[in-house]
Design a protein around this ligand. Sequence first.
Ligand SMILES: [Zn+2]
Ligand SMILES: [Zn+2]
Length: 396
Amino acid sequence: MAVVGMSTQKALETRLADICGHLNALHGQLVELMVEVLEAGAWQGGGIHSPAHWLAWQSGLSPSRARQIVALAQRHAQLPVTFAALTAGELAVDQVAVVASHAPDRCDQEACELAKAATVSQLRSVLSKYRFDPAPAEDSAAAPVEPGRRDHCVSGYDDDGRFILHAGAPAAEGAIIDQALREAHDALFRAGHKDVTQLDALIEVCTRSMGAIKSPSRRSLFKIHVHVDTEGAWLHHGPALPAHVRDRILCDGVLVPVWETEGRPINTGRAARAIPEQTRIAVQNRDRRCRNPICQATRRLEIHHVLHWLQLGPGETWNLACLCTRCHDAHHRGEFTITGNADLPDGLTFRDRAGRIMHPGARANPPNQPPEPPPKPYAHPTGERLQPHWMHFNTG
Ligand SMILES: [Zn+2]
Ligand SMILES: [Zn+2]
């Protein structure tokens, strides 16, 4: 893969954002034209059996794309805010299509705001599962409408295998969740994680909750099962996991060997930690913080095999080092390398992608620096996270 300079990449992204803005606006014009075509019945003619058929013939679009444009034209009048954003270049036609097929008229404004921040996959996942309240009856204006909407908490995986969670709750219950997140956020920040997100805080709350389970039978009942074979790894009843996540799990998980014949499991071995408990305690006591010199966080520590487990790196203390979950993930994603003897105080060498040694002072180039958002006119969704607070649709 060719390495592109930052300035070239920036210039290309700027042009892309410009082109996408124009493309979105043109799609908006296309939808508006179809509104006129539908109103005038201008599509009708010999041999044409639907507006989409006419559009596909006239434009060279695929039948499915033509059907999408016609479906959008049919909802144009009901979602003025969303369609204005399309014509203004702020939303892409596929984002608008998801809103148009799921969001009721009264959620126009909020669905539009959500769409600006979400990928098409995220929108599909969230809007298709969201239980919008039934529309208030015309004559019920005087009746009190519950402003808290329906209480719900929905979670699952989207088309890309990303986990999606959204929830709505009454204020009192919400305050408990909010305070728990704030506390976890604060605890992580004090432990050295300087760029903590709400998602980190939520994972911290859940990790503590799982860690607090005392009963061994419940512990084994609520384990996270990951299947691993030579082809890759996948969550039990869930999506496939990228190779770097598999490698990270193999560093510090509980492994149960399964023998198979012709694809059928025939026997399982004893469950064993990738790192024996005594060794784990010794490594945790020795390190007490993330060994990455530019991080040094003290919470959410995992144990990493310096020579990777799949490369038959031994589970001995000289080959094991504490890394925080973020650094552990970043390392397995290839953000930096680690070599050396973990038993020596300065025995490990961390090098960034360019091969430069990472020093405590070199914070200017942290591994998880978020990409710069592209400039207007089309600000694409980051695709990173779907914040639960976006998920309140004021439909009352
Ligand atoms: Zn690891
Ligand atoms: Zn770290």
